[in-house]
Design a protein around this ligand. Sequence first.
Ligand SMILES: [Fe+2]
Ligand SMILES: [Fe+2]
Length: 199
Amino acid sequence: MLALLPLLGDALPLVPTDARWIGVALGDLDAIHADHLHCERKAAQSALSLIRSYPERTDLVTAMARLAHDETRHVVQVSQLMARRQQPAAYDFGDDYAVRLRDHIRKKEPLRLLDRLLVFAVIEARSAERLQILADNLEDERARDLYASLATAEVRHRDIFLALARDTDGVTWRARAAELAEIEAEVFIDRPITARIHG
Ligand SMILES: [Fe+2]
Ligand SMILES: [Fe+2]
């Protein structure tokens, strides 16, 4: 069983979202939800990809299988919200935010595993921040409740990835988490403000 330390997230400080983002997001909720559906799908796929790469890590296999289960449930929940809103779906045209973060994953093991876990932790942390902002600002009560519950789940996922990173390299994980948080800040601040979860 994976032991989660309290306040593990302190290892991963994030710059706050630009205050203008929520106005853009509320102005095109169809785009937000359509993008969000794919974020949840990709989160499930990322978790399963770690099982493919590291089947010998039974702690990781169990944690990632459960996490992928959470994420596929989130796909269902977002899909149901979209159906209730009778809004159009959209294809996924890629997410250069995640691509730019993944560029910093080192090639050699076990550094590669450490970096993959920490990049996923960063993405979970940013997703949680954005989903909580939506929860705090949406008018529809059911959508607010859904987004608040999703934000809580993504914080828990962030801590699962951090705990796995800690158990992968107990010496350097905090320093590397701090480096990746700085890299994320550069990537994030650099982006145009759009109606996307990481936009
Ligand atoms: Fe999720
Ligand atoms: Fe998640």
